[in-house]
Design a protein around this ligand. Structure first.
Ligand SMILES: N[C@@H](CCC(=O)N[C@@H](CS)C(=O)NCC(=O)O)C(=O)O
Length: 220
């Protein structure tokens, strides 16, 4: 990190901006957090749409340059500090692409389902259908996590060494647990999430989430 670099994370405690916070903590960058209160619809009111016209968190600003979409932000963070080894090295392009494949898949499948669960109105204007949207989203998250369970082992991380794919799946696992997805048939995934949860960068990020949720009393 350049000493005069200014990094700002736009996020919301409990949301997927946690993924980016953990990645920033892993590479030990200092950054400011600007909270967009999703409950108060702050993310769809100016000035935030000028930062992310999609009205979604997270967004990352680095010296005035804005990045949105989690896979792109994670790639930027991992490539900015290669010594942190959040991706396999450039000398192993296949494994590197395999990690990115899982990151892209989690973003387009499981994270999209988390969003449907939290904001069913984004998918369907007819509120009478929202229970169905939520049920289908829960099922989709569970199927995705079952697939992850089939790919991981009892030790180490998803791809052996720790990568951005682990950070992503840590969030999805946590979100699924909070939404009542039955994770009992996924012991390897639960153990992986526990191992990830002991990393100092993860502990700092989770502690911030708890502090922000309690201190700021985020309500409408
Ligand atoms: N495709 C986006 C999805 C991000 C996303 O789903 N963000 C959620 C929070 S976890 C959000 O901002 N929801 C507010 C809304 O949809 O109104 C990305 O990869 O960054």
């Amino acid at each position: 990190m350049k000493s005069d670099q200014r990094v700002t994370l736009y996020g919301f405690p409990g949301s997927c901006s946690l993924i980016i916070m953990i990645a920033l903590e892993e590479i030990i960058w200092s950054f400011d957090v600007v909270i967009q209160n999703l409950i108060g619809d702050e993310h769809v009111k100016q000035p935030y749409p000028a930062i992310n016209p999609e009205g979604r968190v997270p967004a990352l600003a680095v010296d005035g340059n804005i990045l949105t979409e989690i896979p792109a932000i994670l790639l930027y963070i991992a490539e900015s500090e290669p010594k942190a080894e959040l991706l396999p090295p450039l000398t192993d392009p296949m494994k590197r692409a395999q990690v990115m494949s899982r990151v892209s898949w989690l973003a387009s499948s499981a994270l999209a389902a988390c969003n449907q669960l939290a904001q069913p109105g984004n998918t369907c204007v007819d509120i009478t259908l929202h229970p169905w949207v939520k049920k289908s989203a829960l099922q989709s998250i569970k199927l995705d996590l079952m697939f992850v369970e089939s790919e991981i082992s009892d030790e180490g991380y998803w791809f052996g060494d720790f990568t951005i794919a682990d950070i992503f799946v840590f969030f999805i696992h946590d979100f699924a647990g909070r939404c009542g997805v039955d994770l009992s048939a996924m012991p390897r995934l639960c153990n992986l999430a526990m191992r990830i949860g002991t990393r100092p960068a993860v502990i700092r990020s989770v502690d911030w989430t708890i502090w922000a949720s309690q201190t700021l009393a985020l309500t409408k």
